[in-house]
Design a protein around this ligand. Structure first.
Ligand code: KG4
Ligand code: ZN
Length: 340
């Protein structure tokens, strides 16, 4: 089955063409047109601007993805598109483009949940992951521990009560006068800092639940920086490294506890913050030591942040379960929760 997938939920216009079989996924093209250079001047994503850039980029990105995949519309079997959650005006561009293509090309259409897309980013290179699987989903808008007992069967174990992990990285980067997006900027500056220089709180780490909270940690960074007149490079690096260490410690501790309690066969890390090197290495090391028999996977870097390949794979599993949409009725759903 050849799938054309479109993702425009936030600030990346992404189109992929993926061939799916029962045994493997073959990525024919994976194109991401990033808006980061546009939004960097505002220090974050401006929804109105994002939508306008999606409108301009979607057709060239689509055309390039088809060309790179050496495919014609005739060979496409399914169109998969991110329907939500995300920014309404950004989502609408992808959804309406996919609906138009479905109508004109007479191809089936599937609307995918963006978070389910992140879940399936791990399937691209591991098509037969064993259940129960535990997902730690950490992105700009989400921080969740989700137990997956089969395709489409999810149970929310806990999520953030306030800021998402990626949001905390972005806000702390602003406090430290680092550029947008904050995650990569903090990771870069932290390399020169001491992760134990400042003993930041580890919010909710020892609570017997799977909820998270990062707003207080962000406020601690703010208060402590205000005690300094101006941070020098070493101090900024220490702040970045100590903050990053605190976030990673909490995420790793809660994931390990959930993996043990639910006796999972697989643990999977996904979402933009999964690109964080310290998180990837710490989680891998901790799980390998504590639960050596549990399968652990992290997507390669280009599948962590928003992309359309993960939407193609999620669309494949949804279509297999006959969860198709119609071009007549599909609509963007900015608040669609995968599990409540
Ligand atoms: O999944 P994603 O691309 O978009 C959403 O669905 O939100 O995630 C974007 C988030 C941003 O908050 C960004 O700062 C964070 O992922 N991020 C990182 C890293 N790379 C991206 N956070 C920490 N370390 C990184 N290396
Ligand atoms: Zn995302």
């Amino acid at each position: 089955m050849r799938i054309l997938a479109i993702e425009t939920s936030c600030d990346e216009t992404a189109v992929s063409v993926v061939d799916a079989t029962v045994r493997a996924f073959h990525v024919r093209s994976h194109i991401i047109s990033s808006q980061i250079p546009t939004h960097v001047q505002y220090g974050g994503v401006v929804p109105e601007v994002a939508a306008r850039v999606h409108v301009k980029s979607i057709i060239p990105t689509l055309s390039y993805a088809l060309k790179k995949a050496k495919t014609t519309p005739k060979s496409i079997d399914l169109i998969s598109v991110t329907k939500g959650p995300g920014l309404m005006t950004s989502l609408a561009v992808g959804v309406q483009t996919a609906a138009a293509l479905s109508y004109v090309w007479k191809k089936p259409l599937v609307g995918v949940n963006h978070i389910e897309g992140h879940v399936y980013s791990n399937w691209v290179h591991n098509p037969s992951i064993k259940f129960p699987a535990l997902h730690l989903i950490v992105s700009g808008g989400h921080t969740e521990l989700v137990l997956m007992t089969g395709h489409g069967k999810y149970r929310l174990l806990g999520k953030t009560r306030d800021d998402a992990a990626g949001e905390a990285f972005d806000k702390v980067a602003k406090i430290l006068h680092l550029s947008y997006p904050g995650g990569p900027a903090i990771q870069r500056v932290a390399l020169k800092g001491d992760p134990h220089a400042i003993d930041f709180p580890r919010p909710m780490m020892n609570r017997a639940n799977y909820e998270f909270s990062f707003a207080g940690l962000k406020t601690s960074v703010l208060y402590l920086t205000q005690k300094h007149r101006k941070l020098n490079n070493k101090q900024r690096a220490d702040f970045a490294a100590s903050f990053q260490q605190a976030v990673v410690d909490v995420l790793v501790a809660k994931t390990l506890r959930a993996a043990k309690q639910y006796r999972v066969k697989s643990v999977l890390l996904a979402g933009g913050v999964a690109a964080n090197k310290l998180l990837r290495e710490s989680l891998k090391k901790t799980l390998h030591t504590a639960l050596p028999k549990v399968f652990f996977a992290i997507p390669p870097f280009d599948l962590c942040t928003d992309n359309a390949t993960m939407i193609a794979v999620a669309g494949y599993f949804n279509a297999k379960r006959k969860k198709l949409s119609s071009w007549k009725t599909i609509d963007a759903d900015p608040n669609w929760e995968l599990v409540k």
